[in-house]
Every structure is written in C-alpha cells, then in structure tokens.
Design a protein around this ligand. Sequence first.
Ligand code: HEM
Length: 418
Amino acid sequence: MSKTPLIDHLHAAWQRGPVSEVRFGSQRAVLVTGPADTLRVLVQDAASYTKQAHRARVLLGDGLIVATGDPWKRQRRTLQPHFTAPAVRRYAQHINGAAQRVARRWDALADTGEPTDIGQDMRFFALDTIWRLLTGTALDARTESELAAIDTVVAALPTTGSTPSGGPESGDQDGGGPPVGDQTSEGQDSDGQDSGDQAQAAALARIDAVAARAIAAAREDGPAAKTGILHSLTDLPDRLLRDELVTLIVAGHETTATALSWLHLLLDQHPQWREWALREGPAGYQALVGEALRLYPSVWLMPRHAAVTTELGGHTIEAGTRVLVCPYLTQRDPSWWPAATSFDPRRFAARPHPGTYQPFGVGARACLGQHFSLRETQVLLETLLPHFTPRFTGQRPVPVFGVTLRPRGPLTATLHRR
Ligand code: HEM
C-alpha cells in the first residue's frame, strides 16, 4: 500500500484535467490545479468560493485564518500594518536574536559531533522568532514545551477542509467532511476517538494557558510598552485576542519551519546549490527558499466551499461543493515547469507564469506573514549556511500530507563546519 494515499488519490484526479472530480467514499469534491482556474477560485471569483466550517476552528477560534466576511475584513485591517515589508524591517533585532540562538547551538554541536534533529531546530527557530515578535521576549523552555501541544491538535485536524461528519464542527453545508483525516496514520481512528478527544482538550487547555499568560503580561505592560505586536492589540476583546495570538503562533511557525527543513534536506541531496547560493548572496538564498517552497509548499492544499452554483473550467460547480486548490500539484506540473521534480533554484530567474506558483496563496486571503517569513528564512540562511553543513543520517524522509506538508521526522543530522 502506498504511504501517501491522499496525494496519490489527488494525483490520479489531476491527470484527468485542470479541474476534476475527486471522491472520498460517498463525498465528492473538485480538485483545481490549472493556473487560470486557481486564479478564478482565489482571486476573480473569490466571493463564490469561501472558507467554511474551517478545519482549524477548534484551535484558532475566530482568528484571521478562520474569520470570514466583515469580521475578517476588520481583523485583517488590524493585523496587516504589523506585517508589511517596512514593518518587518523593524523586527531585525528579534529575527537576528533567534537566528543567533540556533547558530550558538549548532556551534556547540559541531564541536562535540553530537547529532541533532534539524526539524526540531527549525521549529524552535520559527517559534522563537514569532514569539519574540508577538511578546517582545525570547522563547523560554517552559513556554516552548507547553506550545508543543499545538502539534497534538494540528495532527488530528482533517486535511481536506472540514471535520468528519458528526464531529464537533460538522456545520458545513455539504453534510460533513470526507472520511479522510491526515492519511498518513497520524489522524485518529474511531477506537481512539475518546482518548483523542481528551488529549485534544488537554492540549487546548495548555495552549490557552500560554495565551492567557502572554496577554496578561502585555496588558500589564500597557500599549505604550510597544515591545511586541501583542502590546498594540490589547484593545481587542479577550477571546479575539487569544484567537489572533494563537493564529499567529500556529500560522507563523509550522509553515516556515517545514519550508526550512525541506530546504536543508534538499541541500544535503544537492550540495552544489549551497555553493551556488553562497556565491550569489541574498538573491541566491531567496531562490533556494522559493524553489524549496515550489517542490514542498507548506500549505499544499487550500480548501474552499462553493457558496453559489458557478462554472469553472467548463464544469458546473454546484453550491455546497468542496473545492480543493492544490499548489503542490500545480507547482510540479511539467507543462508549466520544465524538469518539474528537479531542484533548480535558477528557474526563478524568469517570473513564473501567472497562477502556477502560489506557495503563499493569492488574492485577498493570501498569506499575512509572507514578508516576515521570507525575511526570517533569509536571515537564518545567511547566519548558518556560510558556517555549517548539516549531514543527514538515515533514509530520505517520507512527506506527510497533513494540514501542512512536512517531512516525517526525526531529521537526524550531524553538523560540520565549513
Ligand atoms: C513559509 C512560510 C509560510 C507559508 C508557505 C504560508 C502560506 C500561506 C498560505 C498559502 C495562506 C493562504 C491559505 C488559503 O488561502 O487558504 C496563508 C495564510 C495566512 N498566513 Fe501564511 N504562510 C507562511 C508563513 C506565515 C507566517 C510567518 C505567518 C504569521 C506571522 C502567517 C500567517 C498567515 C495568516 C494569518 C494567514 C491567513 C490570512 C487571511 O486569511 O487573511 N503565515 N499562509
């Protein structure tokens, strides 16, 4: 049996055309991989394809990723100013602080030859960076260990857009989600449901406790302190502030960490591109990240829900249909990408054809953290690549097509000085 049945299933549908039907048992969805169709769903006709009964509401509440309509507009207006390119330039101290912390750790490990888990190191870096940005303080060991509860909740979320029917959030109009969770055996089976629910409740309580502590500290400092983004948001009601804080922590670390993990693995397989990037400087580092995100887009699937009956690529899309936009397949389509499965950062010398490359999404719901993420990855690579080379031990990891696309860990490596 394939280790990645969900992606195999979607791959088979993709071969039938740029807009194709895909079935999960008795449930039907439409897979969208064509560039023009992708832009129709995410940009031109975005009002017809909404986010609904979001799979992550249990964790993110009414935060920006989940919100729709006027609340979403208000929340986006509130958060956007903190994530523009000029705003991100002001966070240099936070980003450098987190990057230096990893460099110090790698320095010590290179001395002893002790192996490390690169996936965990990248996760720590991304979490430390977003935590510094939000709270103005470096991530401490207690908070880090409490926030590991995020993984417990995320691993149990359904992959393709909404919770299975009968689940606590199966309020979606099409009778609940497909019988697929994370199809890599990390989702829950029905026997494990009760213990899974308990584990989820405990994990959510830990996350809430971290959020409550951070919010209380920011309120105590007051908005004038302005040491973290949270300080500027203390006017928001408690519940919404919790939801936005958790949203930014969740969206802001797992995505960036997996992109960096894939990149280290790719550079291990293709060391010539490390040397190339070191010669090229900032543009080279940027191309490395861009190409890693083409092959392994952290957000590999963007689920939508047809709010009205509409037309797409010659197909009638009935109101209520689940629509799955899949950057992973589009970004590996050989009709748009020569040598599509090869890692070649030079391909970004030419601008990609519209709709063929959207690792950060596109349209009004595109990623809030794009500038920030590109900046932090750039700084980390500038800090580490000239000095250290991770050499992975063990087999090439299997991709896990969950809510994000990550390599199955541990990603054990030893560190070598250049
Ligand atoms: C490599 C890193 C990242 C990738 C690949 C990525 C990708 C994406 C994508 C594809 C979307 C759109 C999803 C959709 O339309 O369904 C999105 C939305 C979002 N991202 Fe990111 N992201 C990254 C990093 C970040 C960071 C660092 C933050 C926060 C600081 C962040 C915050 C958000 C938020 C809040 C949204 C929802 C925006 C909205 O709906 O208005 N992301 N991201």
